[in-house]
Design a protein around this ligand. Structure first.
Ligand code: NAI
Length: 331
């Protein structure tokens, strides 16, 4: 069992994510860190009758040190979310500094922990995290993850909705597996519908509409919330799904394959993907094991011509996002 930290625990994602982690059998100790209200959230969750302590920490009185020390996994949904009309890149100014400072805490107090970055723009905040960890001499690329699981979750749900009503293809979202690669914003998100399991048959128009919906699904939530933020509950589900898969591998020896945004040159099998895509960071299915990424399980050799076109566009956008993150914390 491990100590888990949620940094940004009082927020829209942080609260339901903390709830789910309170239910996780692999978490012995849940530390909720935020600049506001984390003691309140912790006290509330501490009344739930599952094993494992819950404590809330604020920045004063060495709260970050107390929260992070001894952690095996740190999940970071701290930072501002989008409002209508904003792209994820618009969040960079504020969230880049927040992520940098939290990762400094990881480097100082729990350098061996798995680090799951949810704060947007993930395409840039993960490179920032890598830079900070590298500077501190504790960068283990097998343990640093940009959480792109919500793209995978949306791909499953939206694909099922398209083939729903077609008796042969079925419409149960849980039964679909759709790999999603690239990055985590707009057209850097590349759903590989040609590799869906079970296979789905789509017209060209359906494939284009579905691809667009997966890429820009976050906008549906931002618009519907009308100024009150972006996806929180579906994101908490997705963040938990990834954290749980990782903890199942680390604590119970049950490996699985999940896409995540990782530093390619530092993970087994990543160099080959880097040769194909040309970027250092990329979302790609990875096999999870006790030490994090066991190996990359790349589907790139099998993708369709349509997806090759999407990939080309994605790489252009991704490259700039990554450079922006690296430039923010130059070594
Ligand atoms: P929110 O505003 O509801 O919550 C953010 C929390 O972070 C607040 O409680 C705030 O006090 C806290 N915070 C701010 N600065 C902090 C610091 N220095 N240390 C600790 N905590 C700090 O925002 P929400 O909706 O929970 O979103 C959080 C982030 O997650 C945003 O950047 C959003 O864009 C991102 N996001 C990522 C997704 C993904 O797929 N990776 C999907 C949806 C949102």
């Amino acid at each position: 069992m491990v100590k888990a930290v949620v940094a940004g625990a009082a927020g829209g994602i942080g609260q339901p994510l903390s709830l789910l982690l309170k239910l996780c059998p692999h978490v012995s100790d849940l530390a909720l860190y935020d600049v506001v209200n984390s003691p309140g959230v912790a006290t509330d969750l501490s009344h739930i009758c599952t094993t494992g302590a819950v404590n809330g920490y604020l920045p004063d009185d060495n709260g970050m040190q107390k929260a992070f020390t001894g952690a095996g996994i740190v999940v970071i949904p701290a930072g501002i979310p989008r409002k209508p009309g904003m792209t994820r890149d618009d969040l960079f100014k504020i969230n880049a500094g927040i992520v940098r400072d939290l990762i400094k805490g990881v480097a100082s107090y729990c350098p061996d922990a798995f680090v799951l970055v949810i704060s947007n723009p993930v395409n840039s905040t993960v490179p920032i995290a890598a830079q900070v960890l590298r500077e501190a001499g504790v960068f283990n690329p097998r343990k640093l993850f940009g959480v792109t699981t919500l793209d995978v979750v949306r791909a499953q749900t939206f694909t099922a909705a398209v083939v729903d009503g077609d008796a042969k293809q079925g419409g149960n979202p849980e039964s679909f597996k759709v790999p999603v690669v690239g990055g985590h914003s707009g057209d850097t998100i590349v759903p590989l519908l040609s590799l869906a399991e079970p296979a789905v048959t789509l017209t060209d128009a359906q494939r284009e509409a579905l691809t667009h919906r997966i890429q820009f699904g976050g906008d549906e939530v931002v618009q519907a919330k009308n100024g009150a933020g972006s996806a929180t509950l579906s994101m908490a589900y997705a963040g938990y799904r990834f954290a749980h898969a990782l903890l199942e591998a680390a604590c119970a020896g049950k490996t699985s394959v999940e896409p995540s945004f990782v530093y390619l040159p530092g993970v087994p099998g990543g160099e080959q993907v880097k040769d194909q895509v040309g970027t250092d960071f990329f979302a790609i299915p990875v096999q999870l094991g006790p030490n994090g990424v066991e190996k990359v399980v790349s589907p790139l050799d099998k993708i369709s011509n349509y997806e090759k076109g999407l990939l080309e566009t994605a790489i252009k956008g991704l490259q700039g996002n990554i450079e922006k993150g690296i430039a923010f914390h130059k070594l």
